[in-house]
Write a protein that binds this ligand. Structure first.
Ligand code: URP
Ligand code: ZN
Ligand code: ZN
Length: 460
């Protein structure tokens, strides 16, 4: 099958120009003005529109057994949601428990995706235990094409690892050339603050913030950086939420630590006052690290524009308001942590980033796609528009105006954190490896066509 994207303005992380894009099969085979193409070619008119590389979400939870329940999406609902929102590849966190075999867990997570996903996918391999057996299985998983780990310094007694395990996991990662993504919060501090707040009868959703204040996260970042420096391992702080943590990462980088920073669309747009909403509505906005004081938002928009923060992800973790969030009705520590946003990340980044003049078009592509591709071994197959790259393309309509509503979403969760918010642009056509998968907010792709993207280690 061949496809021509005609007359659009191509934007990558470092270029902007008008040209046609011709795709034969699954890849881009020619780029240039007024291309002559075979008669049977499917033509998409992109006049007046931008054409971006498919966006990449480097931090997603789809199958997540967590806090006594399971997140709501399957690969069917999540990949549809991703695609209508312009995300053509996602990286899911494979999160085994401490007592699971890493290899069996990886195969289980993979079985949830293969044959069902409509978008391409890969995994960060969770390390919840370190011993000789785990190390051997993790080595096998890396050889199978998974070149990043995920660790949790938080969630003591669940996914969290000890300092002994942290030390040895980082050593293994260095040896294998994989980057370690990390949830940075000091688990003991969280546990003690939770106990103190509950003993003072502070049980409502808003107290979640006070059990995980900025310095708890900043300590986690500093802790990670200190251990990473011991082995010169490459590390990536997921869901960085506040200035204190960002400063800890920047200071580490200045000392020579190979550390990168991810923030989330939630932190750029929502703030701690959302968790104060009455009638338990605040629980919709409980995640870890928590939503922060609004003043952090400018810090992060500026840091993105300066390249100090590399990526904007979602940490998509959907739990229903009417049932699952209620598990914490009388104890905030039991509210399943997570805010869904897989479907809305790119339109929110556009609306609040590009449209507000906070990000240039090139920066929008860089933080929404290219940096994730480069950091996680997907580039240049993904994350750019070039001859030989996968034909993952987003034809973007900057004239679209609409409102977010859970009623129309593909995400399998009963609320949307941006309910009623305006958006000022959206994908009009989204392609995955040459096939049209979404059109004007509707999924038109093929479930099961999404592929596991195998990745080579690059972080030696
Ligand atoms: O609150 C969050 N972030 N939920 C998902 C699990 C995690 O920590 O990433
Ligand atoms: Zn986390
Ligand atoms: Zn996460």
């Amino acid at each position: 099958m061949s496809l021509l994207i005609k007359g659009g303005e191509i934007v990558t992380a470092d270029s902007r120009y008008k040209a046609d894009i011709y795709c034969e099969g699954e890849q881009i085979t020619c780029i240039g003005p007024n291309l002559e193409v075979p008669k049977q070619t499917k033509v998409i008119n992109a006049k007046g529109k931008f054409v971006f590389p498919g966006f990449i979400d480097p931090h997603v939870h789809i199958y997540l057994p967590f806090m006594g329940t399971y997140s709501k999406d399957t690969y069917a609902s999540a990949s549809k949601a991703a695609l209508v929102g312009g995300t053509t590849s996602l990286i899911e966190m494979c999160c085994p428990s401490r007592d699971e075999s890493p290899l069996e867990a990886y195969e289980f997570w993979l079985s949830k995706a293969e044959g069902l996903s409509a978008c391409d996918f890969t995994f960060h391999m969770g390390v919840a235990r370190y011993d000789e057996n785990a190390a051997a299985e993790l080595t096998q998983i890396v050889k199978a094409g998974i070149s990043s780990f995920k660790i949790f310094l938080a969630y003591k007694g669940a996914f969290g690892i000890s300092d002994y395990e942290l030390y040895h996991t980082l050593a293994l990662a260095k040896k294998l050339g994989v980057i370690v993504t990390a949830h940075c919060e000091n688990a003991d501090l969280v546990a003690e603050l939770q106990k103190k707040l509950l003993s003072e009868k502070k049980v409502a959703p808003k107290w979640h913030y006070w059990s995980r204040p900025p310095m708890v996260e900043a300590e986690g970042v500093h802790h990670l950086a200190t251990f990473a420096a011991m082995h010169d391992t490459h590390v990536y702080c997921v869901h960085t939420s506040c200035e204190e943590s960002l400063r800890a990462a920047i200071r580490a980088r200045e000392r020579g630590v190979k550390i990168w920073v991810e923030t989330l669309i939630q932190y750029l747009t929502l703030d701690m006052t959302y968790a104060e909403k009455p009638n338990f509505e605040g629980s919709k906005f409980v995640m870890s690290p928590p939503l922060r004081h609004k003043k952090n938002q400018d810090v992060f928009w500026n840091a993105l524009a300066q390249g100090l923060v590399s990526t904007v992800a979602t940490d998509h973790a959907p739990f229903d308001f009417k049932t699952q969030k209620r598990m914490g009705i009388s104890d905030f520590t039991k509210i399943p942590n997570g805010i869904p946003s897989l479907e809305d990340r790119v339109t929110m980044l556009w609306t609040h980033g590009v449209d507000q003049g906070r990000l240039s078009l090139n920066q929008f592509v860089d933080v929404g796609s290219t940096q994730a591709a480069k950091l996680f071994g997907l580039f240049p197959r993904k994350g750019t528009i070039a001859v030989g790259s996968d034909a993952d393309l987003v034809v973007w309509d900057p004239s679209y105006r609409g409102k977010v509503t859970a009623k129309k979403q593909y995400m399998a969760v009963d609320y949307n954190p941006f309910e009623g918010w305006e958006v000022t642009g959206r994908p009009s056509v989204v392609t995955v490896r040459g096939e049209v998968a979404a059109k004007n907010g509707k999924f038109v792709g093929t479930l099961g066509r999404g592929q596991l993207i195998k990745r080579e280690p690059t972080h030696f």
